[in-house]
Design a protein around this ligand. Structure first.
Ligand code: SF4
Length: 207
């Protein structure tokens, strides 16, 4: 990224797999020079560098063709999901969309990775991310503190079990509020919850 450009994270929103259609690709290309490159991240996002004076216009154009646009940096990333192989309703796609709507782009001390999976098979790898949600038949489990990278990789621990969607939304909101208020600058959430104390986190997030 040069001084004259701003990096945006773009994807096709939450659906059956991480897909883009031709119109969306063509729209992205209109804001790129011939030699510009798109970066494909491990978090179901594409990074694209947009000239600073075109960011508003490009964001509007991307959204008009159904792309979701998110900031890059110390924010909650868009929700990574599984492919909902058993169907939207059965695997809770509306709940995943609502979570994404509520949390993606919120400012935090360090980038937060949140992952959702529609059943206990766990294709969305919820326990290997800062925040993880796993649908269990008709209820939801919430995990916090997972970390996929590094020699000190670790699994997230259960924070809330057998929750309704509303209980889940509130717990995730509280967890992010707590981390935003109490996390140190550039302290990853997965580190924060263990420094703060998982029991204390549970008491505040899922009272
Ligand atoms: S986690 Fe379950 S619903 Fe989601 S893709 Fe895997 S098997 Fe299918």
């Amino acid at each position: 990224m040069t001084e004259e450009t701003q990096k945006l994270a773009v994807n096709g929103g939450i659906g059956f797999g991480s897909k883009l259609n031709a119109r969306q690709l063509a729209t992205l290309a209109t804001y790129m020079a011939e030699d510009d490159e798109l970066e494909l991240t491990t978090f179901q996002q594409l990074y694209v560098d947009i000239p600073k004076d075109q960011v508003s216009e490009a964001t509007e154009a991307f959204r008009a063709v159904g792309l979701s646009v998110y900031p890059v940096g110390n924010f909650v990333k868009s929700l990574r999901t599984c492919n909902f192989c058993k169907g939207s309703e059965q695997e809770g796609m509306p709940v995943a969309k609502e979570i994404n709507e509520r949390i993606a782009g919120r400012p935090v001390p360090f980038t937060v990775r949140a992952a959702y999976t529609g059943c206990a098979v766990g294709c969305g790898e919820p326990r290997a991310n800062d925040i993880g949600v796993m649908k269990m038949k008709d209820t939801y489990n919430l995990y916090a503190g997972g970390k996929a990278k590094g020699i000190d990789a670790q699994l997230g621990e259960i924070v809330l079990e057998d929750a309704t969607p509303e209980e889940l939304y509130q717990a995730i909101d509280r967890l992010i509020d707590l981390y935003a208020a109490e996390g140190k600058k550039r302290e990853p959430l997965a580190k924060f919850v263990y420094r703060y104390g998982m029991d204390q986190v549970r008491a505040l997030v899922a009272p």
